[in-house]
Design a binder for this molecule. Sequence first.
Ligand code: ACO
Length: 427
Amino acid sequence: MTDSLSIRDNRTGRDYELEISDGTIRAADLKQITANEDDPGLATYDPGFVNTASCRSAITYIDGDAGVLEYRGYPIEQLAEQSSFLEVAYLLLHGELPNQAELDSWMHEVTFHTFLHENLKQFIEGFRYDAHPMGMLMASVSALSTFYPDAANIADPNVRQDQITRLIAKMPTLGAFVYRHQQGKPYVYPDNRLSYSANFLAMLFKMSEPTYQPDPRLVKALEVLLILHADHEQNCSTNAVRSVGSSQVDPYSAIAAGVGALYGPLHGGANEAVLRMLRRIGSPDNIPDFITGVKEGKEKLMGFGHRVYKNYDPRATIIKKACDDVFDVTGVNPLLKIAQELEKIALEDEYFVKRKLYPNVDFYSGLIYEALEFPPEMFTVLFAIGRTPGWLAQWSELVQDKDQKIARPKQIYTGARTREFVPIYRR
Ligand code: ACO
């Protein structure tokens, strides 16, 4: 065996040879390594799955050192420039770009599933005026499962496809409704004459005008942002979707878990922190002092650094360009100047160079969202809408993968053993 790993267990002196396949060993192969008869076998300890592959996947490829991101083999730069969000969603879900007839039919399907059951509107109305949009979104996505009980039949490919269409179609409607609820404004129903992103903007911002026609440059910028967020392989929220989906629950419940994971500040909330940081810096003159504070470990330069990318995050490059297009329409966000100067100084500074800290996707995205007049609490909702096709493609891959089992990690038990119960009067 050439692609193998030889292991000597120094506890017993026994030797083992484990197969290496795709740069991994199978964790279950370690179980044969035992110290004595009662030993259940060797396991690995890996909080946060920093070095554990949980699946085989053919959806998204990332090379963090080279700054490469590809969906189904297509570079993110080409997709952002030349395709639409629904085209990318089709690609992620089916593995191939659609031809014109397939795209037309897919766009029609999605467009005609955008309406929500009226009871769902009443459900959203039940939230307090100051409820966080992500809390409302998570609850209403999971509530969708009660409207489509057939969704539980995940073994049927047609049933799966119906729920995939519904979820991609209804996420913008849910996102817009929770926003309007928070603003105290009347809900705006979907307009099937508009494109996916134009319709979303209309549901968010339309007031008394008979038809809402957003600027095409803003529609394009939103499309690009949604494409950039559409998938990112086994990140925290995708892992949550796969983990919950592995119980064979319906996809609404699995996607609600993904929304919950994304809600956390370590995952979906960094762009809001970038805005707060830029506001605090206030002027390019204050940047040197700020950088000194970062280097002294007083705080982090938000929007810089990434667990996977040790190079420029390719999405940040694309977003930077989208910033210019948006600011052409909305006027320049004054914080842009500070961001650009901050980036320039940081990229030349030895502290950041040595640690391979480059701007990530969040460094500029908040500036665009703010220019589009989204309040900060809505930023993560936009992320969730963009990520929905990726979550669904990963869920779909999971339920068809014969290798997959219900997610059930091991633990290292550190508690007490087999104690005698003590009645309460004796404690
Ligand atoms: N500013 C200053 N120093 C930093 C930063 C930063 N933004 N990020 C990392 N470092 C430093 C660390 O202090 C550490 O320095 P040391 O070696 O002297 O101790 C070194 O760089 C390595 O950093 P780690 O924390 O080990 O890197 P890790 O991969 O665990 O963290 C993370 C990645 C969480 C993204 C981190 O870079 C960070 O906190 N960045 C700011 C927050 C942010 O922008 N998050 C968005 C990520 S993109 C997304 O989730 C969509």
